[in-house]
Design a protein around this ligand. Sequence first.
Ligand code: PBG
Length: 309
Amino acid sequence: MAINIRKNDFIYPYFVIEGRNKKQEIESFPGVYRFSVDRLLKDIAETRSLGLKKILLFGIPRKKDNEAVFAYRYDNVVANAVGNIKKEFKDLEVATDVCLCAYTKHGHCGILKAQDKGLIDNAKTLRALSDIALSHADAGVDLVAPSAMAKTQVSAIRKALDKEGHGGVKIMGYSAKFASNFYGPFREAANSAPKFGDRSGYQLNFRNPEAALKEIAQDIKEGADIVIVKPALSYLDIIKEAALKFNHLLAAYNVSGEYAFVKYGARKKLWDEKRIVFEIITAIKRAGADLIISYHAKDIARWLNEQQE
Ligand code: PBG
């Protein structure tokens, strides 16, 4: 059966900042911006008119601290964006990233046991993640996407949401998230690179495929509605195995470094951008992804629309 790419396959990521009338370029990340909410709404109108229906929001706070307070305060940047987006775009499916790395001074994905080491306090982290998810749910989010790789994060968030009457909010778990070299442009965008140590204590080792499949099974058991494999391109085998093994909605995250590769090569005329993007996205779908989180989504929607004309 031939693989067809559809607009509905995609989730388009956005970075949102505080303030007004801001659209900031990110040097290593061509075509991707940090938007204040007012400008974000304008860009979403364009995205929506191209025919895309799903977005994923990342927040960048005005202030970072050790407890990530600005991630879950009632007026946090993401909750504010979600409220505004849902008011204007009722049929848009809005997902939010639920993690601490953009909100902590040290840049790690959880609350630390001691400030000088990368050791995560799991219980405290779960509480913070649940509070973040609740603040987004109160604002009207459709899906929350915990990406901290904290143990039992999916069940903790599920419990917190249900307890507060948000049983309808779904969870998209970053289940198989590898300690990858492909996150560079994202970390520039979110200013979230760890200030010391690395994420190998909580993200997965790419030499160990079995662990990834175990994490996926665990997240499904904990109640994840969608599971993510991330990154996509160096992990097509994991996507394929997960697709064959689990009868569950599967998303692949075509991450920032994978996107930047394509963009830089296209600039140097090493390849035709549209052709290489369709080849890559087809491969991700062929491996078995039901959904693809990709910074290429807007361009793809444009190209698909041109083909129809
Ligand atoms: C962490 C997070 C990361 C990405 C999304 N959420 C990576 C990381 O810094 O570990 C990367 C996405 C991308 O590269 O596009 N919460």
